[in-house]
Write a protein that binds this ligand. Structure first.
Ligand code: DON
Length: 307
């Protein structure tokens, strides 16, 4: 049995010595201000133990990691009908790519690329005002993490609202195919706020624990999703969670994972634990460079790879 506290301490120490830290996302001005020297890691096991090291209690912008929670919520609302509007295949393109939409009737390849996540938010908007849909997402994440202190960083949301031209293009383009039903400003209002959720590694690993525990939150004893749904969300995280870096992540880490341009990654070791890491510098695919390396060490030393 691995001593998990010794492991996270060793990983934090080892990662801090690395000189190549990647490049902080600067296309969202508010994220460009984040110090690239942060590193945090948190492991929450299915029996409820927490092991943390580094900046594990410092909130950061979870960005695309939020797409896992939005997808879970939307599946709860409309079930498998969601898949009429979004695919389940890796895109092989960048997270914000528009090219594939033109050839495939405006239907995004999967719910984790930006286009797919925008469709998921269009579904979450059904019957709601944007403010209510945002509220639903925040409440859901607080419920998952069993922590009411989780908040939205409005400066980050505003920063993206002012500069998210590519996302506006994606939403308008999909609306022209009828894949998006609400006005782009409304859907993106939800999307930008969801991406601006601020969470620490500790909170994020707790929020993801239901995926490691067959859909049940072991801390609260509440069922979040069915065993089958948890398994399927994990499958999507494995195949699509790191965009066109998903193959490399599966090869090196061997766990379902979802990254965000804030430098966070949520990884799931089914039946064992949920793991969150944070290092703001990104690799060429927009995934945390040192976060991926930390997870690779973690998976090697625990033997938790699913392969
Ligand atoms: O829409 C965007 O570009 C960001 N709010 C989220 C992108 C993201 O996190 C991609 N992840 N690695």
């Amino acid at each position: 049995m691995t001593d998990l506290q010794a492991l996270v301490d060793a990983i934090a120490e080892e990662i801090q010595t690395r000189e190549q830290r990647g490049k902080v996302a600067d296309y969202i001005p508010q994220l460009a201000k984040v110090d690239p020297h942060h590193f945090g890691i948190a492991i929450t096991t299915v029996d409820g133990q927490e092991f943390v090291a580094g900046d594990a209690d410092l909130p950061f912008s979870i960005q695309s990691v939020s797409k896992v929670f939005a997808l879970t919520l939307a599946l709860g609302m409309v079930g498998d009908r969601l898949w009429n509007r979004v695919g389940r295949e890796p895109s092989g393109s960048a997270f914000n790519s528009i090219v594939q939409l033109e050839h495939e009737n405006g239907r995004p390849r999967n719910p984790f690329i930006n286009a797919g996540a925008i469709v998921v938010d269009d579904i979450l908007l059904g019957g709601h005002k944007p403010r209510e849909a945002i509220g639903e997402i925040v409440q859901f994440v607080r419920f998952l993490a069993n922590d009411d202190s989780i908040y939205i960083d409005h400066a980050v949301a505003r920063s993206e609202q002012e500069t998210g031209f590519r996302n506006f293009a994606l939403a308008q383009f999909m609306r022209s195919f009828g894949v998006i039903e609400h006005p782009a400003e409304q859907v993106l209002g939800v999307y930008f706020h969801q991406c601006a959720l601020a969470m620490s590694c500790r909170q994020l690993s707790k929020a993801g624990l239901f995926l490691a525990a067959s859909g049940r939150n072991p801390e609260t004893g509440r069922n979040v999703v069915s065993r089958d749904r948890a398994r399927r969300i994990n499958a999507l995280m494995l195949t699509c969670g790191h965009y066109d870096g998903s193959g490399e992540f599966a090869y090196r880490v061997g766990l379902p994972g979802k990254s965000g341009v804030g430098g966070g990654i949520l990884a799931v070791a089914p039946g064992k634990a949920s793991i969150a890491v944070w290092s703001p510098g990104l690799n060429v695919n927009g995934n945390s460079l040192l976060g991926s390396q930390a997870l690779e060490i973690m998976a090697q030393r625990t033997g938790w790879s699913i392969f």
